[in-house]
Design a protein. Structure first.
Lengths: 275, 360
């Protein structure tokens, strides 16, 4: 290895370590905080050696509000992903087959929808939901999440779909498949990775989403991120519980990320389907 | 088993482009018909129209005794092999071959029996559990064939099925496919841009150009009696030599050389407005010998059993070179002067390229 390469390599490693610390340190702080006693939590200087306690976790998981928040988050996120797929898969199929300016403009419009700050949608939705009695309902929250998840899935699936040779669909048609059979038996199995990857990203978005959940829910449909804020109670901030609850929220992202890493990369880079 | 009757069939796209122009073609029951032509000539479009993947703008298409213009591909009783093979990457070889049967809702045991039989015919039995990505090009091609034959359709449509194979494998597979088709006796339409494939495989060959059928005939007929200058130039390697010529009284004048005008050509030539014609001579109908017109050897391609010799006449431009097929035993070197004999068969084309006849 020549010196220039070595210097570049060293610099890259240094940057990698720095970046790792930027991400890992807050997480480390959160993790330790969640297992510290109240006394140890804010000792100065910070205690690196302490007796871990799972008191905060016990409190969080016996809190009925928090348990119902877990349920709400699971239902809303899963519902938002499933409904998004139902809409986005046929949309991506249509966009795959379209050509020319219509397709280009449609894709761009869909992207714009995703790029508009959530705040812009918030007020109209708040007013409309008030009239339709959708405030503080799971379906109401699921519908709002479609704004962000449908474009994401369409944008991830369309290029992968376009990378599947058109001959396959034609071969299936000659072999006697209906369009629906072609979709189910040929296209979807090949899109499996992309669907999985985009579903995970959509799920994590819905799972983490805070703004709409805060404004469009009251008591019944509080989701996890909002539930954490509720630990900032009148009687004082319960840092241990916040840390423990936050750790719990992070888990799906890590677990999913770990299991579908392979598909994520394939899905995000697109065109990864080998013919 | 079925014949295909194409009557005045056209394909005109939305932008007004005519891909296939008024095609009338009768493909006989059990025949191996090759559609050949340069890219963009409409041959693949015709195949896709027969398959039902492209709509028919006008005209009629019959397979067997049914008009199939508006039928879905699966109702046409056809099977198609794609240039890319279009194997389903997520299915095994057995699943690929059995896919059409699965769609027909055949019983699993029947599917298994028929897939095994097809695999045996194509020597794929050892690979039934593999995915297409684990196969060689030749094996993939056979799987694509398997998917076609397993259905026992009455027509095979093959779209350049050999073009992705290397030259050696292509030669071997060519013979195998002809043999397979002869054994199965199923009407076959085969598209290729390769005139050697067309000549060696087809019972008859249909030559296409710009969406129009130029000629449909048996290979030998196509070679010895091409309907026009395009077919004459397209069929045969090296290509036919073309020489501009003029009719003067009882003679045809090409450069300084005069040929006597054969009597049987006179009626056809009499109708020409100006007497300009093109002479077409195949390289093997020119000879290098003691008699003839002197010419300089510009290039020699030595093939062992024969030599392809490019010659130029004194005073002629670079585009006036002729190609001569010489026997392998004659020693010819670049730069030497030889004598070219115009002894044998000379085709005569009019100014529009239509064949008028030949001189011997």
């Amino acid at each position: 290895m020549n010196p220039t390469n070595r210097r570049i390599r060293t610099a890259l490693y240094a940057f990698g370590i720095f970046w790792g610390l930027v991400i890992v340190l807050p997480f480390f702080w959160l993790a330790t905080l969640s297992v510290k006693s109240r006394l140890d939590a804010f000792a100065t200087p910070p205690k690196l050696l302490f007796t871990p306690t799972f008191e905060a976790y016990r409190e969080v998981f016996t809190d009925s509000d928090f348990l119902s928040a877990i349920m709400n988050s699971l239902i809303v996120s899963t519902g938002a992903v499933v409904l998004s797929l139902v809409i986005a898969i046929p949309a991506a199929f249509a966009l795959r087959n379209l050509t020319g300016p219509i397709r280009h403009n449609a894709l761009l419009t869909i992207l714009l929808i995703r790029m508009v700050p959530g705040m812009v949608y918030l007020l109209p939705y708040f007013v409309i939901y008030g009239r339709l009695d959708l405030i503080d309902t799971r379906i109401g929250l699921i519908i709002v999440h479609l704004i962000f998840n449908v474009p994401l899935i369409i944008w991830m699936l369309t290029p992968i779909w376009r990378a599947i040779p058109r001959d396959l669909a034609e071969a299936a048609r000659v072999d006697g498949a209906t369009p629906l059979q072609t979709l189910l038996l040929v296209d979807l199995p090949l899109l499996k990775g992309g669907i999985l990857a985009s579903s995970v990203l959509a799920f994590i978005f819905s799972w983490n989403e805070f703004l709409f959940a805060l404004v469009l829910t009251r008591r019944d449909v509080v989701t996890l991120p909002v539930a954490i804020v509720n630990f900032l109670a009148f009687e004082g901030t319960e840092w241990g519980k916040i840390a423990a609850a936050s750790m719990f929220i992070v888990i799906p992202a890590i677990v999913f990320g770990f299991f579908v890493r392979r598909y994520m990369i394939a899905g995000l880079t697109g065109g990864a389907v080998k013919g | 088993m079925a014949e295909i009757q194409i009557t005045n069939m056209s394909k005109i796209y939305g932008n007004g482009m005519t891909a296939v122009d008024d095609l009338t073609l009768h493909i006989r029951d059990g025949e191996f018909l090759v559609l050949v032509g340069p890219s963009g000539c409409g041959k693949s479009t015709i195949l896709r129209m027969i398959a039902g993947l492209k709509s028919i703008s006008s005209g009629e298409l019959r397979i067997g005794d049914r008009v199939v213009n508006d039928l879905e591909p699966k109702e046409r009783d056809i099977a198609m092999v794609f240039q890319s093979y279009a194997l389903y990457p997520h299915m095994t070889v057995a699943e690929n071959i059995g896919f059409p049967l699965r769609l027909e809702k055949r019983s699993p045991s029947e599917i298994e029996t028929r897939v095994k039989a097809a695999a045996e015919t194509l020597e794929l039995s050892a690979y039934l559990d593999r995915k297409p990505s684990q196969l060689s090009g030749g094996q993939r091609q056979r799987v694509a064939m398997g998917r076609a034959i397993v259905r026992q359709p009455s027509v095979y449509l093959l779209d350049e099925p050999l073009s992705n194979l290397d030259a050696k494998l292509r030669d071997a597979t060519r013979a195998e496919m002809v043999d397979l088709q002869a054994r199965l006796g199923v009407t076959t339409v085969y598209v290729t841009h390769d005139q050697v494939e067309a000549m060696t495989m087809g019972d008859r060959v249909a030559v296409m150009k710009d969406g129009t059928l130029q000629q449909c005939a048996a290979p030998r007929e196509l070679y010895s009696r091409p309907a026009n200058q395009f077919v004459a130039g397209f069929i045969g390697t090296p290509a036919m030599n073309f020489i501009p010529a003029e009719i003067r009284g009882d003679a045809i004048l090409a450069g300084d050389h005069a040929f006597p005008l054969p009597a049987e050509l006179s009626p056809a030539i009499g109708t020409l407005p100006d007497g300009h014609v093109t002479l077409g001579i195949r390289p093997e109908h020119l000879s290098i010998g003691p008699d003839g017109i002197p010419a300089e050897v510009v290039a020699v391609e030595e093939l062992g059993f024969e030599a392809i010799v490019r010659v130029s006449f004194a005073g002629a431009g670079a585009h006036d070179q002729l190609i001569v097929r010489a026997g392998g035993e004659t020693e010819i070197t670049r730069g030497e002067t030889v004598r070219i004999g115009f002894g044998e068969k000379i085709h005569v084309f009019d100014a529009n390229g239509q064949r008028l006849g030949e001189m011997n």
